[in-house]
Design a protein. Structure first.
Length: 238
């Protein structure tokens, strides 16, 4: 006869961990992979990067105030050995995107990014902020000049302000990838590729050829690269 007071076994603990993992997905769009003993933290940047302005509730967003504590935890937690960033974003708030990119680039632990679907606008800065970057063969990245509307820091926008912000983006991308400043600006201001607009759409290997992204690949290649950067074989906690 089964004892009603039998203590929890490993299956019970796994059920609890699984429930917590589902809650993390619901609240933050992230888990550790695999769910139980991985030492790789998975950070997803999806939809629109939300910054100082709250977007409508029907917009799919990545809130930078949710991302920043995760990056602090990655740096501080000795059990986490690396960061995997998965991007499928249309871009969004430039300063919020740069804040995320700067934090990723300043981690002492190895980081790898993968662009799947799209890594547009400020998403390009986040993609190149990792130590090594991948893009799926069918994924796209849109490079275009910064566009802003309304007021910024309580003052009307000026050409000088936009120019300085754009230079911040150019400088960051150039410092964290193999693309030259001249080539990146040329992609930004190219005419003829985007209807009624200027900019360039890069598909898969196009991003490799111009030096923006390191390699075409997916999850397997990214995990293999992470293990290489970590300097171990398994990446599983004992």
């Amino acid at each position: 006869m089964k004892n009603d007071y039998e203590p929890y076994n490993d299956d019970d603990n796994q059920d609890i961990s699984q429930a917590q993992g589902m809650e993390n997905i619901k609240e933050f769009g992230q888990i550790q992979i695999p769910l139980y003993k991985s030492d790789i933290h998975c950070l997803t940047i999806t939809g629109q990067v939300e910054g100082h302005m709250v977007l409508p509730p029907n917009n799919k967003t990545t809130k930078y105030e949710h991302v920043i504590p995760q990056l602090v935890a990655v740096e501080e937690n000795p059990q986490i050995k690396g960061l995997l960033v998965i991007l499928n974003t249309v871009g969004g708030d430039v300063e919020a995107g740069l804040a995320i990119a700067e934090m990723i680039s300043s981690l002492s632990k190895p980081s790898v990014s993968i662009v799947v679907g799209g890594g547009h606008s400020i998403g390009a800065s986040i993609a190149v902020s990792a130590d090594y970057s991948f893009i799926a063969p069918s994924a796209t990245m849109t490079i275009h000049p910064i566009r802003l509307t309304g007021l910024v820091i309580g003052v009307p926008q000026t050409y000088e302000y936009l120019d300085k912000m754009q230079e911040r983006v150019v400088k960051f991308v150039v410092e964290h990838s193999n693309i030259s400043a001249e080539k990146f600006r040329e992609l930004m201001f190219r005419t003829g590729e985007l209807a009624r607009d200027i900019g360039t759409v890069l598909v898969g290997k196009d991003a490799i050829e111009c030096g923006l992204i390191d390699q075409v690949g997916g999850i397997k290649e990214a995990i293999d690269k992470m293990q290489e950067l970590k300097g171990d074989k398994g990446g599983i906690l004992q």
